[in-house]
Design a protein around this ligand. Structure first.
Ligand code: ADP
Ligand code: MG
Length: 313
């Protein structure tokens, strides 16, 4: 048998038997075929992860595989969609690299009960993993970046800065640093995202490039100013955790601009306050008239020049 097809079958297809109930034609043809149940909508997103850019060269490739799938699923979480399928485009330096990446990818599909509905596999000088994800949600209920309103409160659900702390430890040679697992293991919060959507939350984003930078997307798309209260940020669990190891300046920098925690940030009218606390979300700011994201200490605007990640910056 052709070695490429044998590898695809052995490493991917036979290890991911799960078929989503909406799939009428699964992996193995030129494309997969799915039906969208009545009253539902299809939500699709794609993400690329490249060795040396999205993960350090010396990191295990199964971890790179699971990170790539989990990061892609996080985009569905931000929309409030329930994951159903992934499609995988992967380049590998050699067969061993392909096998290692497949371990993490397959395991993550099994963990979240998502179907590996198709893919493309190539040999290339660099390892990279492109994951396209598809999910479902009730018609017209997707959370978007453009639905924040003046007088909404701003919230976060999940960690902030812990992944950046893990990467920092890894890069400084502390491969067993206490935060490294936060960098290596991404938890896509799609159950929480769906719960927010069902609660009627309309505007949400997942934090991949840094809290302030990503909130900037909501601010711009919704044409509101988002004020983040530094005193509320200091009450987050992540702050306590980071302060145990890092100084205040480093801690705040990681919390406000560190990427890849994949927390959900969203806005909501004050009437949702109690329900959101029950979901484990933390209030961190307000939306007001204007534009941009402002860091506040009480009534005072704090100057910050903290930038999130910029691939072309
Ligand atoms: P095509 O040439 O039509 O694009 P391929 O020969 O690349 O198809 O792939 C053969 C089949 O294997 C297709 O059904 C494709 O979706 C699937 N496939 C290829 N690579 C992967 C992968 N890494 N994981 C899962 N399925 C894959
Ligand atoms: Mg084809």
């Amino acid at each position: 048998m052709n070695q490429e097809f044998e590898a695809i079958a052995q490493l991917f297809q036979t290890r991911t038997p799960f078929r989503h109930p909406t799939t009428s034609l699964g992996n193995g043809d030129d494309a997969s075929v799915h039906h969208i149940p009545e009253g539902m909508e299809l939500v699709v997103s794609t993400d690329i992860a490249v060795e040396g850019v999205h993960w350090p060269q010396d990191m295990r490739l199964d971890i790179a595989g699971s990170r790539a799938v989990n990061a892609a699923l996080s985009d569905l979480a931000a929309m409030g969609a329930v994951p159903a399928w992934i499609w995988l485009a992967i380049s590998a330096k050699d067969k061993q690299s392909l096998a290692q990446m497949s371990d993490g990818i397959v395991q993550t599909c099994l963990t979240h009960n998502v179907e590996l509905a198709g893919g493309d596999t190539v040999s290339a000088p660099i390892n990279s993993i492109n994951v396209t994800v598809g999910g479902l949600l009730s018609k017209d209920t997707a959370m978007t970046r453009s639905a924040a309103k003046v007088n909404d409160e701003a919230w976060i659900l999940g960690d902030s800065g812990l992944s950046a702390a893990g990467l920092k430890q890894w890069l400084s040679g502390q491969q067993h640093g206490s935060f490294v697992p936060h960098f290596q293991m991404i938890t896509p919060l799609y159950k929480q995202g769906a719960a927010l959507r069902e609660l009627g939350i309309q505007s949400c984003i997942d934090i991949s490039d840094g809290l302030l930078q990503d909130l900037g997307h909501i601010s711009k798309a919704s044409q509101v100013c988002i004020q983040i209260d530094i005193n509320l940020v200091k009450q987050l669990d992540s702050y306590q955790q980071l302060q145990a190891v890092f100084n205040t300046e480093e801690t705040l920098k990681m919390m406000l601009s560190g990427g890849e925690d994949f927390a959900l940030c969203f806005t909501a009218p004050a009437t949702k306050y109690t329900s959101l606390i029950e979901l484990g979300a933390k209030h961190i700011g307000f939306c007001c008239k204007g534009n941009g994201v402002q860091l506040m200490q009480g009534e005072k605007i704090i100057d910050y020049n903290i930038k999130g990640y910029d691939h072309f910056g």
